[in-house]
Design a protein around this ligand. Structure first.
Ligand SMILES: [Zn+2]
Length: 210
């Protein structure tokens, strides 16, 4: 399995392409630059099985409609965020000055808690609210895609619409309970490992920082 990372858009959200040994691909969080991502996928002759979202903030969904139009695949997201795709206040594009209000056409498919069979991939979803109501951590093989819940040495903000500091605390406690040393691919910034974060990330080490 191979993971390709492309930071996209004005806030450089990480779009990930997960490739398996049969050249099938999943696209995680195509936040912007949908055409660039589509061209990349076509360039490596990937067979795209689907688009999966860690959550539906504007900077993680802006390229969804282009990819769906190009490849005819579904987009999976936690049902708690179905309406984010078409609601600028919820996807937070209405929250920031200078960000165009975002309204997608895509009709999402539910990313269920537990294992989801998506094409040739098994995607295990762990609901982890706090950054947003439907924030979800994705486990694919030994990789953990943490969206805006966990970053390298930091965590996501909890002050956007549907955010919750209390839920974030519970979600971080859940992350701490995971025992495998996953490679961690966050929604922004560099990749890391779960063991490194458990021993260095102040938000996992201390309970009283937020
Ligand atoms: Zn976010």
């Amino acid at each position: 399995m191979e993971v390709i990372c492309r930071p996209v858009g004005p806030v450089q959200a990480n779009c990930y392409i997960v490739l398996n040994d049969d050249s099938h691909a999943l696209v995680i969080d195509p936040g912007d630059e949908g055409k660039m991502i589509a061209d990349l996928l076509k360039g490596i002759q990937a067979k795209v099985d689907g688009v999966v979202l860690t959550h539906a903030h504007f900077d993680h969904i802006g390229g969804v409609d282009e990819l769906i139009a190009e490849f005819g695949v579904p987009v999976y997201v936690n049902a708690a965020e179905f309406d984010f795709l078409s609601t600028p206040e919820k996807n937070s594009s209405a929250v920031f000055a200078g960000v165009p209000h975002m309204t997608l056409k895509a009709k999402p498919v539910e990313l269920k808690e537990g294992t989801n069979k998506i094409g040739t991939f098994d995607v295990t979803a762990y609901y982890a609210p706090g950054h947003s109501a439907g924030s979800t951590i994705l486990e694919i093989g030994d990789n953990l895609f943490t969206g805006d819940v966990l970053f390298a040495s930091s965590i996501g903000r909890v002050d956007l619409p549907t955010g919750s500091a209390k839920q974030m605390k519970d979600s971080l406690n859940f992350i701490k309970s995971l025992t495998k040393d996953y490679t961690v691919y966050p929604g922004h910034g560099p990749s890391t490992t779960l063991n490194y974060e458990k021993t260095h990330n102040p938000y996992l080490l201390y309970d009283n920082l937020y």
